[in-house]
Design a protein around this ligand. Sequence first.
Ligand code: ATR
Length: 274
Amino acid sequence: TVVAGVVGRPVTHSLSPLIHNAWLAAAGIDGVYVPFTPDAFGFDRLVSGFRGGAIRGLNVTIPFKEAALAACDEATTLARRAGAANVLVFDQNGKVLADNTDGQGLLGAFAVQAPGWDVRNGPVTVIGAGGAARGAVAALLEAGAPKVWLLNRTLAKADAIARDLGPKVAPLPLSHGASAMQQTTAVINATSAGLAGAGELQVPLDLTHESTVVMDMVYKPLETPFLAQARSLGRPTVDGLEMLIQQAIPSFQHFFGQAPPTGVDARALALEAL
Ligand code: ATR
């Protein structure tokens, strides 16, 4: 039996076990995907305990993605540039390999829900400067974005990401986003502001071109106030649930050595559980 899992805190509401176990069953793979919740200091102990291959791999979610990168022996360029890993693979020789598939999730979600959009066609705007935003900027640049406007309430945090990821990243205070809105092909909310209970995000989406795609990485609620604003303006939208599903595809490939089977409606399963 091949074992993989997800580690986070909290992890009980993670949709990943549902998605991966449905894929395993449909593919007829002798495998299981389980949730782990170490305490704040238990993450490193969990990883060292799994060295040697008792478990094939882990998805890593909040708040352990940076710790996952620090705990690995080898990391992909994308994981290093993102400053975080959401996949750890345990090889037979005791090594821990890290990757970050969140960027593939982000771009995969655009490919499914906004298929006409091309990252290479013009500047893209990311809002936020936490770990999620850093990963998104790294992935957009790797995919060929010519420029990324990085808007954040606290400018110093956007400046730090721009210093790390290079001159195509243009940091701006959130309150000075008007010119970015007019030129951008997509606006991606990578702040925690869409989460139920968090403050609302003030962004002049009405200044964007009518074809500008608006995306929110938050999927609880599925329609955040930010996406609702975009929809009321008639903008095409991409949601965080599709990103979650799309990042799971390369994760499954890492753990079980094959693509997920077709014929499972992962989105319908996830929507039922939301
Ligand atoms: P994560 O690791 O998930 O990206 P984080 O590091 O806590 O989370 O970052 C949260 C991001 O959401 C930050 O960019 C934060 O802005 P500040 O850097 O100014 O704190 C942003 N954020 C949270 N609530 C917000 C709000 N109501 N308006 C604007 N930005 C908000």
